[in-house]
Design a protein around this ligand. Structure first.
Ligand code: CUA
Length: 333
């Protein structure tokens, strides 16, 4: 019994690499209004379910106790007509309550009256997320990948786009689900209220590594967010050892720089995640692997082994080159 309960809780919490992921523990305004609707639906549907099953049991028991001849119901039996009218009224009232509630929740999700919203564009790719903070003057914009930081209490207006196929952005603790569709801009508002790390996950099957297309969202105090943002605006740290300098040179001259961008290095690729502050992120490969220097080394030497189908190729490097690249990337806090 205890095992079944903990299994159910684990299923509901769906713990990933980082953070919780459940719609039953809302940490933002949008998720809270969806959660309230879920409670209303549960109460209304449970009421009708109990009524129907109760009526059925009552009829069975009554029939067994008093075997009466089959009643000859006429079209104008006032008893049957009254019962039908009561049932129709009850069902109509229940359905009207659910439809109206769902309509008003939908409206509340669609409008945010916040002119101070934080503008972020999230673009989905097979199988990672580009995250662009486009808030304030253009020289204050920056890009990261596979992680979002949000200040608690401020609405984030997230523009959702896709670079290839249809994906879906779902952060169940914070808001509802919305698709990322090639050629379209969808907008999702998130007003986080509680500090913590919440896992979001691609919710539309998009190919082989769909299940490993997650995005941890860190909700922090406005002060902590300011510090994080100021750090993100800085270029990558310059190498401080000979090995790191060698790693940077390898990165710039081998295939890495064709796909990845590092601000402050001669690497301007746009087809793969921006690595400017890679080592400050909680995970690698769209939350598939928790970040550590060892995981980074494994990822670089055999990406196909760690995430089969990933677009990251196995780049042929000598072991000295590989360790140097790991040392350099691990210094990019
Ligand atoms: Cu992207 Cu599923």
């Amino acid at each position: 019994m205890k095992q079944a309960a903990s299994g159910l809780i684990a299923l509901l919490l769906l713990c990933g690499c980082s953070g919780v992921q459940t719609p039953l523990d809302p940490a933002g305004d949008q998720a809270a209004s969806i959660h309230t609707m879920w409670n209303v639906m549960l109460v209304v549907c449970s009421f009708f379910y109990a009524l129907v099953i109760g009526g059925l049991l009552w009829a069975v028991v009554r029939r067994r106790r008093e075997p009466v001849p089959e009643p000859q119901a006429s079209a104008h039996d006032p008893g049957i007509e009254r019962t039908l009218a009561v049932w129709t009224g009850l069902i109509l009232a229940g359905l009207t309550l659910l439809i109206s509630w769902s309509f008003f929740v939908d409206r509340s999700l669609a409008q945010t009256h916040d002119d101070q919203a934080l503008h972020i564009t999230v673009t989905g790719y097979q199988w990672w997320w580009r995250v662009e903070y486009q808030d304030g003057p253009v020289n204050q914009w920056f890009e990261t990948a596979n992680e979002i930081h949000l200040p608690a209490g401020r609405t984030a207006r997230i523009k959702l786009e896709s670079g290839d196929v249809i994906h879906s952005f779902w952060a169940p603790n914070l808001a509802g689900k919305m698709d990322l569709i090639p050629g379209r801009h969808n907008v999702l508002d998130i007003t986080p209220r509680r500090i913590g790390v919440y896992r979001s996950q691609c919710a539309e099957f998009c190919g082989m590594q769909h299940a490993h297309m997650a995005l941890p969202i860190t909700v922090e105090s406005p002060e902590a967010f300011k510090v994080w943002r100021a750090h993100q605006l800085q270029a990558a740290k310059a190498p401080t050892s000979q090995q790191e300098a060698f790693g940077k040179a390898v990165f710039e001259t081998k295939a890495c720089a064709f796909c990845h961008k590092i601000d402050g290095a001669d690497a301007g690729g746009r087809t793969a995640p921006n690595l400017t502050h890679l080592a400050s992120r909680p995970s690698l490969a769209a939350d598939a692997i928790p970040y550590s220097r060892g995981a980074l080394a494994g990822w670089i030497s055999d990406p196909q082994g760690m995430k089969p189908g990933t677009k990251m190729p196995n780049v042929p490097l000598t072991s000295a080159e590989s360790s140097a690249v790991v040392a350099y990337l691990d210094s990019l806090k």
